[in-house]
Design a protein around this ligand. Structure first.
Ligand code: HEC
Length: 203
């Protein structure tokens, strides 16, 4: 039996390689001689599997376990709402660390629209025009909202504002609410709030 020599299979293999790029038009997928790894045995969602007694290919996590980071607090912590009422109080102890974290997250997520001081004059509103005006977070109406409501607006959004639940953690948003209260307080500050030894430096 005569073996094929290299010379005779070269044009043939070149054709095969080229055929990988072949397709009748730009809108149709290229011809596939071998499917490489494009098609491989795998389970799609809701498919059956003969491997398990209950025939489900999608397995439940072992009883009593949670994926890392999925531990949800109670309703008050997670949603800021209990029995259809916004919770009145911040769901975390107020510490200097919490405020610092809130400042970081507020400046990241909220300041582009509401500005660093909270007056609503962030860069987005300036550029967006009349159709999209972020609220002034220092106005009495917002100051009078309780902590759960502020947390809920930050999480779920309101009217034209989108929510930030997916971009931030529950802890981030409670910290933001704590920091918002600091902005409220700063906005109503007077000279008397400045320590006496520093008052001389005020203009
Ligand atoms: C992309 C811009 C944008 C960002 C970022 C943004 N907001 Fe807003 N926010 C708005 C707009 C616009 C409104 C006014 C919504 C309306 O009345 O239609 C608003 C309104 C609000 C209100 C008032 C709701 C009311 O009942 O009137 C609060 C409180 C608020 N935002 C908090 C936050 C906090 C906290 C963050 C950060 C987690 C944040 N916002 C981030 C655009 C933004």
């Amino acid at each position: 039996m005569k073996f094929l020599n290299l010379k005779s299979i070269l044009p043939f293999s070149a054709l095969l390689v080229l055929s990988g790029c072949l397709s009748p038009s730009r809108d149709t997928p290229p011809l596939q001689i071998w499917d490489d790894m494009k098609a491989q045995p795998k389970y799609k969602s809701q498919q059956q599997s003969p491997l398990f007694g209950d025939k489900r290919s999608s397995r439940r996590p072992p009883e009593g376990t949670l994926a890392i980071g999925q531990l949800a607090g109670d309703d008050a912590y997670r949603w800021g709402v209990v029995n259809s009422q916004y919770v009145g109080k911040l769901q975390e102890p107020i510490t200097p660390e919490l405020l610092a974290h809130g400042q970081l997250k507020y400046n990241t997520y909220c300041a582009p629209c509401h500005s660093r001081v909270g007056d609503g004059k962030g860069i987005v509103g300036i550029r967006a025009g009349a159709a999209f005006q972020p609220a002034n977070l220092l106005e009495p109406r917002v100051q009078q909202m309780n902590d759960g409501e502020l947390y809920s607006v930050a999480s779920e959004g309101r009217r034209t504002m989108m929510g930030y639940r997916t971009q931030s953690t529950d802890h981030d948003r409670w910290a933001i609410v704590a920091y918002l209260r600091a902005l409220h307080r700063a906005n109503s500050g007077t000279k008397d709030d400045v320590p006496e030894n520093l008052r001389a430096q005020l203009n």
